[in-house]
Design a protein around this ligand. Sequence first.
Ligand code: DTR
Length: 340
Amino acid sequence: MKRNLGVALIALLLAAGVVAGLMPASVEAGPIKLSYANFPPAPTFPCVQMERWKKVVEERTNGQVLINTYPGATLLDAKEMIDGVIAGQADIGNLCQAYQPGRFIFSNATALPLGIANARVGSLVLWDLFQKYKPQAFAKVKVLTMFTTAPSNIMSKKPIRRLADLKGMDLRASGGAAQILKAWGANQVGMPMSATPEALQKGVVQGLFSSLEVMKDFKYAEICRFATMTNTVIYPFAVVMNMKTWNSLPPDVQKVMDDLGPEQAEWTGNYMDHHVQEAIDWSRENHQVEFITIPAEERPEWDEKLQFITEEWIKEAKAKGLPAEDIVADIKALIKKYTQ
Ligand code: DTR
């Protein structure tokens, strides 16, 4: 009898422990596992921000969530990213919106030559703009964060000091930036970032147009000993989650991710700006790269040649039913707000 009482007491204590959350109810369901796909190699900035997001989410959810990252297109490549996430091939994916200017016409307004001076400003502008307009292109996914690159510059094997030096030169660009190179008289060659190292090696192109951190991350400084500081457009990116996955997450996990959206945008912008400066210093020191400033008297000509791009975008966006002029006005106002 005494013994039975003892057993009952232990059982009662155990039950109380379960109710109080001190012990697992049965075999505890393991952490929620999420896959995160990315297209460029691990050391590049889109993947650095991915690892940071993973670490912060895992910490802030106290191990409730575990994220497996897949850099280097091992799960999904650049152009299949959003459809792959919609189809559930990955729970999360990072995509460059500028690679598909027709599909992401709204966000690519931030890639117009409107004077975004750095990645921090670009990322904050893009995030706010997305929140205000919630573009249709993202209706089927949950957007976790957005960010941009720093402005684009020309990296080349031969020096480009004046517009005339660009005439007929084969230069790589991707997405919306292609028309910029064309407008300046270069022969634009389109390809994703991943194909560029080989194209440079083989001499298919004599340079490229991108933000300058790639000088270090892809070691382009070994081949391109010159960089012409055009400080033109940024590239917008987005990190998206499969909608079913999102809806299956507990509210506290969703809140951690929601709160992280704008913080991650700013963190990535700051990381990028800092890293661009590091890459410039590294390229100068290790490969004697010359950074060329466009002569002041020629600068207006470079800028004038790009004016049509915003006008064309407004026409195209209007035809698709977007409030194009309002979007451009908002971008200009947001640039002012975040540049101060
Ligand atoms: N400028 C775009 C986007 C870009 C900039 N840095 C990286 C690094 C890795 C992948 C893409 C990008 C481009 O030229 O593709």
